[in-house]
Structure formats: structure tokens, C-alpha cells
Design a protein around this ligand. Structure first.
Ligand code: 5GP
Length: 217
């Protein structure tokens, strides 16, 4: 829990923020998240997925790579804060690590699709509601997305088409988010996202004043 000194006998404590970031495939979100993670003033929520790892992806760092059976077991155990089928694969955010960090006043960043973000917005848990700050990264036009996906070369031609169809649909969702960042250079995107983080961290509603010393009578 972040503690801000005050000259009174009390001090301020800030509650944790749940930064939700969504962007269509190829909008540069993974690079943005990787860059943000270089300055670890938040915890990155590692999602579960049934898709296969891409070259260089690390189990437990990029995703928890699960079989369909393992994923379904987690659904029956009510382990997910949200889950969705994205581009033909299952993706889910584990509930426990997210709520535990938020309760400890630690900020959490999750990278999820627009359905997942909608499910989190609809979540009735007051901890989640209070913590939520959602950000949409609006990509450049679809042709540029296509070029980026083709350059990345990690998806088949059919998968690229599916991701582009989904991108067009996801781009309609920007109004649902508290913040929209029009994607520019990577440096610009990082700076804009950091500005959102700073502003969210100064919101008065995130602070509470607690007694500095516990008094025993
Ligand atoms: P990729 O396969 O490119 O890593 O991710 C594909 C999409 O799945 C991205 O839009 C990403 O934001 C989304 N995604 C990743 N993890 C989760 C998750 O836990 N839940 C949901 N709903 N979407 C996720």
C-alpha cells in the first residue's frame, strides 16, 4: 500500500488501480506492455490461454499456456475474473492474484480484449469497480494493421484475416473506455499511457486517511 507522509498524526493510503488495456491485434499493445513492464510500479496480470506459445514467449511471464481441459477446469473452479474466446482461442484473467494485489494497494495492469473489458466493467465486486481505469489503444488504419501482422509473421493468412475482421469490430468499442489513446509512435504511446497512470494515481477518491499510530487503551 503506497503511504504518503502527512504532517498530521494521520497518513494517506492509496487503493490499488486496475489498469485495463485493450487494442486490436497489431496496434502495438504487446510492445507497449513490454515497455511499461520495464518500470515495474505495477503488477502485470499474466493471463491463461489455450493458444500455443509464439517463439520467445515464456510460460508464466507472457501467459500460462493451458490445454482446453485445464482451461475448462479453471472455469468450473470459478478461478477467472473474466474469460473470453478471442481469435478462436480461450483467454482468461485469474481472479485471485488481481483482487489480492488491489486489496494490498498495488496497481495491476491487464491486457484483454474488448469482451473481457466489458465483463470487467459489468463486474459487481466493489473492489473491481473502484479500481477500474480502462484504456483503449486506437490503432492506425486497417491497412497498416494488416502490414504489421504480415510483417510479424506469427499468424497464418487465415488467422491474419480473422484478426483484421475482429480489429474492425473492436475499433467500434473505443467509446466504452474511460481513455482512448490514438496510437502514434511507441514512445508517444508509452508517454500517453504513463500520463494516464499518473493522473489516475492522484485521484482523491483513491485515498483514505488512516491513523498513523494504533492506540491501545
Ligand atoms: P494474443 O494471442 O495476440 O497474445 O492476444 C490476442 C487477444 O487476446 C488480445 O486482444 C489480448 O488483449 C486478448 N487477451 C489476452 N489475455 C486475455 C484475457 O485474459 N482475457 C481476455 N478476454 N482477452 C485476453
Amino acid at each position: 500500500m503506497e503511504q504518503i507522509p502527512s504532517n498530521t498524526r494521520d497518513h494517506f493510503q492509496r487503493s490499488g488501480i486496475l489498469f485495463v488495456i485493450s487494442a486490436p491485434s497489431g496496434a502495438g499493445k504487446t510492445t507497449l506492455c513490454t515497455a511499461l513492464r520495464q518500470k515495474p510500479d505495477f503488477v502485470y496480470s499474466v493471463s491463461c490461454t489455450t493458444r500455443l506459445p509464439r517463439p520467445g514467449e515464456i510460460e508464466g511471464e507472457d501467459y500460462y499456456f493451458l490445454s482446453q481441459e485445464e482451461f475448462e477446469k479453471k472455469i468450473t473452479e470459478d478461478a477467472f475474473l473474466e474469460y473470453a474466446k478471442v481469435h478462436g482461442h480461450c483467454y482468461g484473467t485469474l481472479k485471485k492474484p488481481v483482487t489480492e494485489q488491489l486489496q494490498r494497494g498495488i496497481d495491476v495492469l491487464i491486457d484483454i480484449d474488448t469482451h473481457g473489458a466489458g465483463a470487467i466493467r459489468a463486474n459487481q465486486d466493489p473492489i473491481i469497480q473502484h479500481a477500474l481505469a480502462d484504456v483503449f489503444i486506437m490503432p492506425p488504419d486497417l491497412e497498416e494493421l494488416r502490414r504489421r501482422l504480415e510483417r510479424r509473421g506469427t499468424e497464418s493468412a487465415a488467422e491474419v484475416e480473422l484478426r483484421l475482421t475482429n480489429a474492425a469490430r473492436e475499433m467500434e468499442c473505443w467509446r466504452d473506455y474511460r481513455y482512448t489513446i490514438i496510437s502514434g509512435s511507441m514512445e508517444e504511446n508509452i508517454e500517453k499511457f504513463r500520463a494516464v497512470m499518473r493522473a489516475e494515481r492522484y485521484q482523491s477518491r483513491r485515498f483514505s486517511l488512516v491513523p498513523k499510530f494504533s492506540t491501545s487503551h
